[in-house]
Design a protein around this ligand. Sequence first.
Ligand SMILES: NC(=O)c1ccc[n+]([C@@H]2O[C@H](COP(=O)([O-])OP(=O)(O)OC[C@H]3O[C@@H](n4cnc5c(N)ncnc54)[C@H](O)[C@@H]3O)[C@@H](O)[C@H]2O)c1
Length: 450
Amino acid sequence: MKPSIQTTMKRRQFLKSAAFAGAGTLILPQTTLFGAAAPNNKLNIALIGTWGRGAAHFGAIAGENVVALCDVNEQHMEGALRRFPGAKTYVDWRKALDQKGVDAVVCCTADHMHAFVANWALNRNQHIYCEKPLANSVEEARVVRANYLKRKGKVATQVGTQRHSHENFNRVRELVLDGALGKLERVSAWGNRRIPRPGYLPPEGNPPPYFHFDLWLGASPYHHYNPGYFSGGPGANCLQWNMYWDFGSGQIGDMGSHTMDLAWNALDADLPTSAVAKGDPYNPDVTPVKLEFHCEIPENRWRPGITVSWYQGGAMPESPARCVDLNKIGHGAMFEGDRGILIADFTTRMLYPLGSRANMTYYKPRAEKDLIPAMGSFQGQWINAAKGNGQTSCDFDYNGKMMEMMLLGLVAYRAGKKVTYDPAAGRITNDEKANELLRRDYREGWVLNG
Ligand SMILES: NC(=O)c1ccc[n+]([C@@H]2O[C@H](COP(=O)([O-])OP(=O)(O)OC[C@H]3O[C@@H](n4cnc5c(N)ncnc54)[C@H](O)[C@@H]3O)[C@@H](O)[C@H]2O)c1
């Protein structure tokens, strides 16, 4: 096996400090021996969840050493093993992470195990790319983020919100930061995906011998097997289970992870201080289809405090003018300033100056040379960062804060009232009982921060 990235990173660090100490006396060879493209500088990757979304990452990781494959469905591992024949195989991700030499993890399991895999990888100082959503509860988002912050600069993390690589994300951020809307006042994001489900599926049949259903359930409370949870096509099977509270967070974690990212990227936001929500009547099995919530986000150095809102499943922000129909945008974001409005979807944007004062003289577009550079490959950015080249755009700090806000919105919905939130302590301050909703119950034997 090729030397692991940790060994090569040590060598690179040595070379860097030797070059610095020698102040010009060290002569480096002309060919790049230690750059991301050097043949011996490869990550030893464990891919957890090898079918569906997992398979979508094959191309991005094929240039590295894929040394471990893990799937609770042994049949699903066959395609991955054909692609990466040298890898060891596992059905329990905890064992895969403990394989000697694994220094990076790609996690594509069901949502309810993401924070577990993320924490376990971080606690082993492994770089981790985790599919969205990063967490399924406020507590999970906080624990993962805290674990990352302890190792910031040493491990590379990225949440799988790959739409972030659309250059439109940069253009939206520039317009907001450069004052095209005047003073920013409120921001909304929305999604129109609707997956109504009545409740957990009734027991039906037994899992096939190659499918380790108990490991799929993982830390979640026990539910009976039903093949309906697994009847979706590759890359879309998540829609069969992500509306159930014990397996996902509905549209908050699904399209919400992507769409709120479009807004969050332009806000430099910290954690919220309150949340209030309304939506479908509460169902103890299933997350709501129709929902909206509104969070107060504190001011920062370039803008005042703002309200950030999320709408889904038929709830929508009001259109800013009769000639603008927001309903035509399936997943979008709207930034409202005192002089104009910016409406965007993932790839396009529209600026709408408002009122007689909006003559645009207050806005000076930045020079081409100052535009935020395109990031290129989203997964490649993580691989490069793991090799010490650059940083990731959607690390567990950036995305962890966003998910904490999104999941607090769900807590406010369940609490049925406006909750005030102490972001430093991670506590609801006006309803002691609602604090129980910040966390999930786990089955015995499963440790979140192992
Ligand atoms: N970034 C995106 O655009 C995007 C798109 C689709 C799905 N996703 C995310 O990817 C994840 C997987 O979605 P999917 O539709 O591929 O789901 P899926 O149900 O098809 O699961 C993917 C694979 O992971 C395996 N798996 C599930 N739990 C596991 C566990 N605990 N350990 C090992 N293997 C496990 C499954 O058997 C399956 O082979 C979800 O969290 C989803 O939100 C992201």
